[in-house]
Design a protein around this ligand. Structure first.
Ligand code: CO
Length: 168
């Protein structure tokens, strides 16, 4: 058990590049377990380690969008992208806001699991968006830097009525 505090965009940790993970040890596993719990608790789609103050190249994406199928990506990199999607994007570290961001529609990533084994995963739509969003966190970037514009309060209300909150 260990909910971690999610930092907001004012925190310097969210604006720094993260270092690769080199030790796939108990400390990493504890971080991953805590991040999983924190992600589920916050109803997010993804969570990156710097959002909980750890400057390591680690993120989680809820690829099943149900809180049960959460993919742990360590030292991730994007292998391929395809297509384009424009849509609303939010972030647990930028609470209450959404912006319009264009992302690839399909993203293939390569990453290590908690034991250091390399794997590949492909995501489409919201999951592809989450892969890009979380990877940017590991380089100290937030979606607000690439958003075409932020949603108005009216658009925000409409979005909330549509599909609840999906933040990364
Ligand atoms: Co985010």
């Amino acid at each position: 058990m260990g909910l971690r505090k999610i930092l907001t965009d004012k925190d310097p940790a969210l604006h720094k590049a993260c270092r690769p993970v080199t030790a796939f040890d108990a400390k990493l596993h504890k971080l991953l377990d805590d991040m999983r719990e924190t992600l589920i608790d916050s109803n997010g789609v993804g969570l990156a380690a710097p959002q909980v103050g750890i400057l390591r190249r680690v993120f989680l994406v809820d690829v099943g969008l149900n809180g049960e199928d959460i993919l742990e990506c360590i030292n991730p990199e994007i292998l391929e992208t395809d297509g384009e999607q424009e849509g609303a994007e939010g972030c647990l570290s930028v609470p209450g806001k959404y912006g319009i961001v264009t992302r690839p529609n399909v993203v293939k990533v390569r990453a290590q699991d908690r034991y250091g084994k390399w794997f590949e995963a492909e995501g489409e739509g919201l999951i592809a968006r989450a892969f890009c969003h979380e990877l940017a966190h590991l380089d100290g970037h937030l979606y607000t830097e690439v958003a075409e514009r932020m949603l108005t309060p009216e658009e925000l209300e409409e979005l909330m009525n549509e599909d609840g909150d999906e933040e990364e």
